[in-house]
Design a protein around this ligand. Sequence first.
Ligand code: SF4
Ligand code: SF4
Length: 396
Amino acid sequence: MSGRAWERVRPADSEMTGEMTGTDLGKLTEDWKGIESIVPHGAGIVGRICRALFKKADLEIPFVIDRDENKHGTAWMGAPVIPFEQAKAQIGGRKIVVMAGHDAYGKISSFLDGQGLVEFKDYCNVGQFMSEWFWDAKRMNCVFHVDMTITTRCTLRCRHCNLFIPYHKENADFAFDDLKESIDLFFDRIDFVAYFGLIGGETFLHPELGKYITYLGENYGDKIGRITVVTNGTVRPSETLLKAIKKYDMYLSISDYTDVVPYKDKMDFLIDMVKEYDIDYARNDHIVWTDFGFPERPYERTPEELEYHLASCRPNWNALHGGRFYYCNVSWCAQQSGRYKLQPQDYIDLGEVDPADREACREIVRLSRGTSSFCKICGGCGKDNTDYVKTAEQIA
Ligand code: SF4
Ligand code: SF4
């Protein structure tokens, strides 16, 4: 499906540029405007994160659909959680908002299609809903997922790291004062973000991680659904750090590569600590990786393959860095590696956007649902990429 470039000649780093195409805003049908009632689908983690936003929506929620039997009989924002079979007769033309991550959305979407429902007319994912409906109804500029890389230093050297960390010409911690400015610029212009990720490299290597956590928690907690700190579990966090993560109700996303790299003792210690501090966490093992190609084997695609690729890979992992907002954090990392040059359309200089001009701020939301010139040569994480690779294989 995707044109892999194993056998092709890799262009010089300076030649690796492309062009950006449009945004996926404007997909909801006209009749989403003016709705007074919705049916959320999914009372899990994404639903929990989005509760703060839905409180601002003033929409009637008669019930919530979830396939998980364990959730049936419980409530989400006061509404009963019921299976689709029970809900079907009661939906009554209401729009369904699917509160699920990238992968789960694909499966739910196929199911709803099979029920004769039509995406963007009868249902949509919560990212689309946030970006479009909240603007139309509330004049709120909302973004689904923003990552901020606080360090490109890492304890591991994963050959297929999708942030290309082992291939960066220089690795560095980013100073709190610099990134604080980006955070302020962003939240002066954006009303709500469902996910805000502090990521690396290995975040626990950054001596100022505690400052980032405190600053976000103190100043922007009400504008963020959930702040996540991502770690590979190789570095022991201090008790002060763990207390701060707990205090601001942050989520620890732990990538577990102990099947491949021998650091089980450290991982077990971290898990014991997060349990002791009662921190909400996920231990992500057996993560499936695909080859992103860059920088050694950038993909080449025909126009048809590129079109399919752009439609397939829509993780909407936006990035915030250096006073700029980028469509994809992967593309920011490619540029940061010193081996790819992004195009001006791939980012927005936040300082150039008047925060009082809501229409101007809307450009940030448009880019959040856009694409990047880097997509052209990036393997990505869509269903078109079936180039599976060994997770966390290390470079000697
Ligand atoms: S641990 Fe994560 S950031 Fe570090 S090299 Fe591996 S994939 Fe990249
Ligand atoms: S193809 Fe790569 S750069 Fe484009 S959205 Fe997917 S991960 Fe991001």
